[in-house]
Design a protein around this ligand. Structure first.
Ligand code: GLP
Length: 241
């Protein structure tokens, strides 16, 4: 694994954006796997700035997102559809972008459809990831197994607590989500993980310097051949580097 230790959030966002920009420049028709959460916001801001300056062109790029809350319509400002449009898609010339459809009641058929969508695009060239406090990637929560393909998950209490800050009340936080599986993520050719803050320091150490276990879903990334971790000093402060 390649690890970039950056001094702060601004610097890590710049570094992550440059890695995505390199992918887009080297393969303009690439498929980007994208993520939500607060971690990649600065990365998206930088990409939008480079697009506006004419440095980057997304006209042949397609994207697939990691996950979506089950039950939230696109126009809900907490849906990941809304987040992605707000932070990136509405500001760049991306060719096409896909997310799971949270309004689809039938989990099996929606998850099968989404997995097939990714496959029909030829898979993901570069997958951007954040890291949950409990070690989740996408919405793959700690479990006894590593789920392979896109599936519906029951969110853990700790995830509901972590994400309640974005909602008016904890009762508004959806209890389920559709997420790419660990297998879907692992099939991406390249993985780019962005992590910041002292609050994630234990999780980063457990995920990348501890045993590979489905109780820490991100730990599986130790087996991926092309992972780049871009983190600030605080997030790496407990790693034996
Ligand atoms: C959410 C998302 C994840 C994200 C994680 C961390 O639960 N499903 O994809 O990585 O939260 O979020 P943050 O970056 O805000 O800490």
């Amino acid at each position: 694994m390649k690890i970039y230790k950056e001094k702060d959030y601004e610097a890590l966002s710049q570094k992550a954006a440059s890695i995505i920009a390199s992918q887009v420049i080297l393969k303009p028709e690439c498929v980007l796997g994208l993520a939500t959460g607060s971690s990649p916001v600065g990365t998206y801001r930088q990409l939008v700035e480079w697009y506006k300056k004419g440095i980057l062109d997304f006209s042949q790029v397609t994207s697939v997102n990691l996950d979506e809350y089950k039950g939230l319509p696109k126009e809900n400002d907490q849906s990941y559809y809304y987040f992605m449009h707000d932070h990136l898609f509405d500001h760049v010339n991306i060719k096409a972008s896909y997310l799971p459809d949270g309004t689809k009641e039938d989990s099996d058929s929606e998850c099968t459809r989404y997995e097939e969508q990714i496959r029909s695009l030829g898979g993901v060239d570069l997958q951007l990831l954040g890291l949950g406090h409990n070690g989740h990637i996408g919405f793959n929560e700690p479990a006894d197994i590593f789920p392979d393909i896109t599936h519906c998950v029951d969110l853990q209490e700790s995830t509901i607590q972590a994400n309640k800050r974005f909602f008016d009340s904890i009762d508004d936080v959806p209890r389920q989500a559709y997420t790419m599986g660990i297998g879907t993520i692992m099939r991406a050719k390249k993985i780019l993980l962005v992590v910041n803050g002292e609050g994630k320091a234990d999780t980063v150490r457990n995920a990348f310097f501890g045993p590979v276990t489905p109780q820490v879903p991100a730990s599986i990334l130790q087996f991926h051949p092309d992972v780049t971790l871009v983190a600030d000093e605080a997030a790496l402060s407990k790693c034996p580097l």
